[in-house]
Design a protein around this ligand. Structure first.
Ligand code: FES
Length: 115
């Protein structure tokens, strides 16, 4: 079980290996995930303030390489597994982007494994 601290929001727990975006959503937080967790939109971005988010997936690495600027420790929460306690700053929420209508399609569940 990993603990996810969400800056300014609170904390939640996640089964080891759960995708971070799903853990945040399960806590009732309206994090954007406009591509449904496929490393295409970057709206699920978070800044890692503490803990080890593990290695990047190939899809995440390729997507972040297309951005002009990547803030330090920014990760795509749909590509991060909760294998360590994490402290994160959520960078895109529906409440701050109401014109989007909804946060995005439900990301798939991944097998609960940690590297
Ligand atoms: S990049 Fe689209 S949901 Fe993560």
């Amino acid at each position: 079980m990993a603990i996810v601290h969400m800056e300014g929001i609170g904390r939640t727990s996640a089964p080891d290996g759960q995708r971070l975006v799903l853990a945040i959503m399960a806590a009732g937080v309206d994090i954007l995930h406009r591509c449904g967790g496929n490393a295409r939109c970057t709206t699920c971005r978070v800044q890692i303030l503490g803990g080890d988010p593990g290695p990047m997936t190939e899809a995440e690495r390729e997507k972040l390489a297309t951005l002009d600027e990547v803030p330090e420790n920014m990760r795509l929460s749909c590509q991060v597994r909760c294998c360590d306690d994490l402290t994160v700053r959520i960078l895109r929420r529906l409440v701050e982007n109401p014109d989007m209508g909804d946060a995005g399609p439900q990301p798939e569940t991944w097998p609960l494994v940690c590297p």
